[in-house]
Design a protein around this ligand. Structure first.
Ligand code: ZN
Length: 67
């Protein structure tokens, strides 16, 4: 199940919600009950491209065999 992270605009707490099926479900902050939640981008899904940049690669030349 996809896990989405939200940030409550009212109390500033980070809240994680599991979303399944339709994405039109309303979420409510469990901390303050606020309904104004800002969706945050997942770290594993953001900036995913074929070229690896400054991510601490162990191959300085870029021609090293993988594995
Ligand atoms: Zn809140």
């Amino acid at each position: 199940m996809p896990l989405f992270e939200y940030k409550c605009k009212k109390c500033g707490q980070k809240v994680e919600f599991l979303e399944r099926g339709s994405g039109s479900s309303r979420h409510v902050c469990p901390h303050c009950g606020g309904k104004d939640l800002q969706k945050l981008f997942s770290t594993f899904a953001a900036g995913r491209s074929d070229s690896s940049s400054d991510s601490g690669s162990s191959c300085p030349t870029g021609t090293c065999p993988l594995g």
